[in-house]
Design a protein around this ligand. Sequence first.
Ligand SMILES: *Cc1c(COP(=O)(O)O)cnc(C)c1O
Length: 234
Amino acid sequence: MSIKSNIEYIEELKAKACEQSGRSADDVLLVAVTKLHSPEEMNEAIDAGITDIGENKVQEILDKYDKVKPVRWHLIGHLQTNKVKYIIDKVSMIHSVDSLKLAKEIDKRAGQHGINMDILIQVNSAMEDSKFGITTEETGRLIQEISQQCPNVTIKGLMCIAPYAEDPNEIRGYFAEVKQLYDEYKDCGLDRVDFEYLSMGMTHDFQVAILEGSNLIRVGTAIFGYRDYRSEEK
Ligand SMILES: *Cc1c(COP(=O)(O)O)cnc(C)c1O
């Protein structure tokens, strides 16, 4: 299967899930996750209509940035504070903000460049014991602190990575919990809180995520095939 036909297939499934949840297919943004895939493959996806790509490592963005056609870049992986400066003028949204310290560094670097940076708060619902993301209880406080202390940042919504389940239906409750949190803060009226994106759903679970209210899905494997992690060891 070609990258183009894979994208067409994902778009079809996406449209079906949107229809099932009473929304139009345009309501859900497809971000193609290109980690460990080449600039050539990325350009093929862009030629097939992809407008947004996601990478989870700063170094990969830097390595590929000049070789890829114009597209919106999303940083979707864990971001170390000391690396913010390398990508601040390259990405259009950072999905993985889970601390005030990180938000303040993003704010500082955005200010230096005279830009605003859109961010998502990475939440981790109570069901999972993961290294990254904050609990639902902490989310409200972090949103408030960023709103007050980071004038060059706009909080555009929430992001989550669901725990793996053989049957994605088992994690519907997880997505529902994050959607509830999203709705809770959507109209909170705080400065620079302008919710537009609920980033949830990957290859394995994006249809269920859409049914539970996601409007941004991050899909890699279903578009580009399996990633060869061995090449990372070089
Ligand atoms: C790799 C990755 C994805 C895409 O995963 P697939 O299962 O290949 O679709 C989505 N989100 C994040 C944060 C990732 O690191």
